[in-house]
Write a new protein. Structure first.
Length: 361
């Protein structure tokens, strides 16, 4: 029998915690704020609420230009709940793709009104996605007990899976560079031709770390987050700039209290990379924060301190930082907004359960 990796052990711990949390009273998101529709021109931020693992109560909230929050917009548009956990989502050419697990599916929505266009099923544990060459590409981890993964290629026009490729490592984030696919697999990053699915380049990162997510700076360079866990399940990691002319990275920067999931964002000028920090155990009200790495000076500092953060993003226009206290996934999340310097702007509005992804149009 194969031994479980530290990541797999941590994943089992997290899932167990989420399931246990369901024995507490789970407040329905609809109780918190008004429901209805928000026109596309009035939106400032779309919030994807992951939901509680055992309840499969993921949902979508919207913030308008006046700061008003409308919850359950998917249910309002389609007449039923999403009935899944939301892992991630993104916008591409008038469509919003919502990548879900429990149940495993990808929902394509009309961005103007959130009505469902089509559903893709058959992708095992879908994680993150991007669009290239007219196709949707989705990372997948079919079995957390094995190190392998997949990238599925979905024909958007036909609304069906075209094919998939096998990876030697478990992939998370995925992005594009000059029309090519960029995806991590364990301690490697691969550059893949979206038409032929041929691997055109492989870049190695330090062997103790796994590639997580990507962002781009002002010069269109791709930065990757890398993370690992020590024998006590404490996360460590940092970021590196990818250079596909080389076989391995030589500029990895370890960052203090780097959160293991490795989500990244950038400030509006794309001169600083933002990341989540963690200073406590993985509990419902862990000490959390947002750090900022200045690319020019190669210096990092924590600019936001708080509790219970999970996901975050930066408004590309204002530089405001959006995150939430997820309150243990057992009740509605508390929306938190900070300015670019880390000063609190909002601390008391509630959105859905497990608010995790903040998408700006």
């Amino acid at each position: 029998m194969k031994k479980k990796t530290l990541f797999q052990k941590l994943w089992l711990f997290i899932v167990s915690a989420l399931i246990i949390g369901n024995f507490s009273s789970c407040k329905d998101e609809e109780e918190s704020n008004g429901n209805g529709s928000v026109s596309e021109n009035d939106r400032t931020c779309i919030i994807l609420n992951q939901g509680n693992f055992n309840e499969a109560n993921g949902s979508i909230s919207v913030i308008d230009k006046n700061g008003e929050i409308t919850n359950q917009v998917y249910k309002t548009a389609n007449g039923h709940h999403l009935a899944a956990i939301i892992e991630s989502g993104f916008i591409d050419r008038g469509k919003m793709f919502i990548i879900c697990n429990n149940e495993d599916k990808v929902e394509a929505l009309n961005l103007s009104d959130f009505k469902r266009l089509f559903t893709i099923k058959g992708i095992i544990t879908p994680r993150y996605g991007t669009v290239a060459d007219g196709y949707l590409f989705v990372t997948s981890v079919p079995d957390w007990y094995t190190p392998e993964g997949r990238v599925y290629k979905v024909d958007i026009a036909a609304a069906e899976i075209d094919t998939f490729i096998e990876l030697d490592g478990q992939p998370e984030g995925i992005t594009t560079l000059n029309g090519k696919i960029v995806v991590g697999e364990g301690n490697k990053v691969k550059l893949i031709n979206p038409t032929t699915l041929a691997v055109e380049k492989t870049v190695k990162v330090p062997s103790a770390l796994n590639v997580k997510h990507f962002t781009k700076d002002a010069d269109n360079n791709i930065w990757a987050s890398l993370s690992g866990y020590d024998e006590n399940y404490n996360a460590f990691g940092g970021i590196t700039r990818l250079d596909f002319s080389k076989d391995s990275v030589d500029n990895y920067t370890q960052l203090d209290n780097f959160a293991g999931e490795g989500h990244l964002s950038v400030n509006p000028s794309k001169t600083a990379i933002l990341y989540r920090t963690i200073s406590g155990a993985y509990t419902e009200n862990e000490k959390s924060g947002i750090g900022s790495y200045d690319i020019a000076t190669q210096s990092a500092k924590e600019i936001v301190e708080g509790d219970g953060f999970y996901g975050f993003n930066v408004d590309p226009k204002s530089g405001d930082i959006y995150t939430a206290n997820i309150n243990g996934w057992i009740t509605n999340s508390t929306l938190l907004i900070y300015d670019a310097q880390g000063n609190a702007k909002s601390t008391d509005e509630t959105v859905g359960v497990g608010a995790c992804r903040f998408i700006f149009q």
